[in-house]
Design a protein around this ligand. Structure first.
Ligand SMILES: Nc1ncnc2c1ncn2[C@@H]1O[C@H](COP(=O)(O)OP(=O)(O)OP(=O)(O)O)[C@@H](O)[C@H]1O
Ligand SMILES: O=c1ccn([C@@H]2O[C@H](COP(=O)(O)O)[C@@H](O)[C@H]2O)c(=O)[nH]1
Length: 245
């Protein structure tokens, strides 16, 4: 089992897919998936990694889908952001049941339920070893939690943004729709943008390019993958400024 001396990253931002949270259910939150995530996050905390989390809302509501069903888009996006707060509360509950000290900070003020986002306070809590869950996305409609993850990652000086998803990296096309798609080990921001590779929204990639924030896309349900990454292992696809030989 890796220890503190094996750690490559001291502070990371992990983006968890909301859809991943529902497990094999069609909607909602699977307690089994939550517990598994808490266990894996606990392994990072165990070797002294400071962990910021952003969780999506795709298991509950997405603004674009609600809009397609007839709702006003901004109202739909507000519902999507509130969905991420529900996921964040469930995640905090699972972490605390596993004795991992954690806190939710929301971009939308929700006094009495969660803390309001405050960058300096967030960094202080991370330094104390608390897992920080950033909820309600960026607080603005027309964005996604991928952008929120990159934004918060840059703000808290994380060394890496990790996008945990259902596929094991970035492919030449969506691998769910195209079985002939091939996986990249490494990509530059420009390659992702030029080829319009859809695993992450392009606003998020632009933000990372602007601030030189590396992003690793990997499959969350591969046991041990998360721990392997923070000790320097190669999992999924690394997106950064230059492709290393
Ligand atoms: N080029 C590509 N490479 C890899 N995956 C791709 C690509 N294009 C599209 N995808 C799809 O993107 C999906 C990523 O979706 P994921 O659910 O993780 O993101 P999300 O929409 O940000 O999450 P949430 O469920 O929280 O809304 C993958 O499951 C995959 O099917
Ligand atoms: O900054 C943000 C982040 C999210 N939203 C809305 O929430 C849902 C769920 O987020 P996903 O990233 O799709 O999981 C999203 O579809 C938006 O409707 C937002 O408005 N602003």
């Amino acid at each position: 089992m890796p220890g503190v001396k094996d750690r490559k990253y001291k502070r990371i931002l992990l983006k968890l897919s909301g859809e991943e949270l529902m497990g094999d259910q069609g909607f909602g939150i699977s307690p089994k998936v939550l517990d598994k995530m808490a266990l894996e996050i606990g392994q990072l905390v165990g070797i002294g990694v400071q962990v910021g989390l952003v969780v999506g809302g795709g298991n509950l509501f997405r603004g674009a889908a609600l809009n397609a069903a007839g709702l006003d888009r901004v109202t739909g996006d507000h519902m999507g952001m509130l969905a991420t707060v529900m996921n964040a509360l469930a995640l905090r509950d699972a972490l605390e049941r596993s004795n991992i000290s954690s806190r939710v900070m929301s971009s939308i003020q929700m006094s009495g339920i969660v803390d309001h986002y405050d960058r300096r306070a967030a960094i202080r809590h991370l330094e104390r070893g608390e897992v920080l869950i950033f909820a309600a996305g960026t607080g603005n409609p027309f964005f996604t939690t991928d952008s929120a993850a990159c934004l918060r990652g840059i703000e808290i000086d994380a060394e890496l943004v990790l996008k945990a998803t259902k596929v094991d990296g970035v492919y030449s096309a969506d691998p769910v729709l195209d079985p002939t798609a091939t996986r990249y080990d490494q990509l530059t921001y420009d390659e992702v943008l030029d080829k319009k590779l859809g695993v992450m929204d392009l606003t998020a990639i632009c933000l990372c390019r602007e601030h030189n924030m590396p992003v690793r896309v990997f499959r969350m349900d591969k046991a041990g993958a998360l721990l392997n990454i923070v000790v320097g292992g190669e999992e999924g696809t690394l997106i950064e400024e230059e492709v290393k030989q």
